[in-house]
Design a protein around this ligand. Structure first.
Ligand code: AMP
Ligand code: MG
Length: 400
């Protein structure tokens, strides 16, 4: 049976990174991928500034100062953050200064106000300070010409702050891939509507959209379709013609009477890449190419759909966005409890990993159950050869 890794390779081959870029307001660009290097155009800070409230003066003039033998200075002015002191600090002089204010010319350190008598015309300094001791030099953070952020970097809080600190209010980022999500099933009802007998609410579409939005990718289309192959084929065809790059569907991929994806792909004349892979849950996942659009048709079982998304759809989004943030971190951990399973299937259990230890969710591991997923932070891989999970064994976990 097709292995996950092979399926991922096949899927990734069908897509390419978006080349199109756009200029965006910085405040709307969080989560997006930088399409340019960010190079400092100015020193940061742009002037030497005071790290504290006190008095700016020449450090050498405070040598030997103490409470018993204070050094005395004439206060020639005051400078607060946002102001500029026009003069120069001469011998025997000090300027009252506040945090963030530019250190006036001539001064080379700032005496903490707590080490003075807070004098207004003259000030007594009780403590010596060497030149540049309390002094943030111009360019302390970075110098003009420094490459601060590289093309391909995801705009997180730190990257956004750096751009803003450089005075940028807009930024060039890669365009987002065009993605659609479709849930299927006659029994599936959108949340917010009354639930008739025999129906269930659509959680899959919400899982998939939320997982994408967590990384800043808003699916362009998100809809539900009944178990009607012609109708579904019509919807998908329209999306392919619109230029959608990836369509993710859920449900209808098994072998039941209402498993309409087989017929849908035929109606579309789509080229099937694979159906069924070696994974539990989510084995009946299917993939195809229709026009230039990649279709990945996930299991309908909520946990099966989740595992399919995490292991198969993410690597495709990684290529489409050019961002490694889609990749799940994989690490080894030691099992803290047991779970029995039959040999011969590669299984992914819900678990909770902390500091190299992992607990397999004691509650429901059924593929329809979502409640145990909410308490989990990883997928625990139980290989084909393992007859389940045994306390003390080392396993691979994929952090969600
Ligand atoms: P299917 O693969 O369509 O046979 O669905 C498998 C199971 O998952 C059935 O119990 C469905 O009712 C359920 N299911 C399918 N789609 C969804 C969905 N969007 N949200 C929640 N459960 C679903
Ligand atoms: Mg169904």
């Amino acid at each position: 049976m097709l292995q996950i890794e092979e399926a991922v390779k096949q899927l990734q081959k069908q897509v390419t990174q978006k080349e199109h870029t756009e200029q965006m307001p910085l405040l709307e660009a969080a989560g997006r991928i930088l399409a340019e290097d960010a190079v400092a155009e100015k020193d940061q800070p742009p002037f030497p500034r005071s790290p504290l409230d006190g008095y700016a003066l020449r450090g050498e003039e405070t040598a030997g100062a103490s409470r018993e033998h204070p050094a005395i200075f004439r206060v020639t002015g005051k400078v607060c953050a946002g102001e500029w002191f026009p003069g120069r600090v001469q011998k025997g002089e000090a300027v009252r200064i506040m945090t963030g204010a530019p250190v006036p010319e001539g001064a080379d350190t700032v005496i903490r106000q707590e080490d003075t008598d807070y004098g207004e015309e003259t000030v007594q300094v009780f403590r010596a300070s060497a030149a540049f001791e309390n002094y943030c030099p111009q360019g302390e953070d970075y110098r003009t010409g420094t490459v601060l952020l590289k093309k391909g970097r995801r705009l997180d809080g730190a990257a956004t702050a750096i751009l803003a600190g450089m005075g940028r209010d807009s930024v060039r980022v890669y365009g987002l891939p065009r993605v659609a999500v479709i849930s299927t099933g006659d029994e599936v009802v959108p949340p917010g509507h009354p639930l008739e007998r025999g129906k269930i609410y659509d959680s899959n579409r919400y899982y998939l959209c939320a997982r994408m939005q967590e990384k800043g990718l808003r699916p362009e289309r998100s809809m539900h379709c009944r178990d009607n192959a012609a109708e579904l084929a019509g919807q998908i065809r329209e999306m392919c013609e619109e230029g959608m790059e990836l369509i993710v569907t859920t449900g209808g991929v098994s072998v039941g009477e209402k498993d309409i994806l087989h017929e849908t792909l035929e109606l579309l004349g789509a080229r099937r890449l694979f159906w069924r892979i070696d994974v539990k849950p989510g084995a009946p996942v299917m993939a195809a190419v229709c026009q230039n659009t990649l279709l990945i048709c996930l299991s309908g079982n909520p946990y099966g759909a989740a595992v399919n998304f995490e292991l198969l759809v993410r690597p495709v989004l990684e290529v489409l966005t050019g961002s490694r943030t889609w990749r799940l971190e994989k690490r080894q951990a030691v099992l803290q409890n047991d779970f029995r399973k039959k040999k011969g299937t590669r299984r992914f259990l819900r678990g909770r990993e902390e500091n190299g230890k992992v607990w397999v969710a004691a509650g429901n591991q059924a593929s329809g159950a979502l409640s145990s997923l909410a308490e989990s932070n990883c997928l625990v891989e139980i290989t084909k050869e393992m007859a389940g999970a045994t306390k003390g064994e080392t396993v691979w976990v994929y952090l969600l």
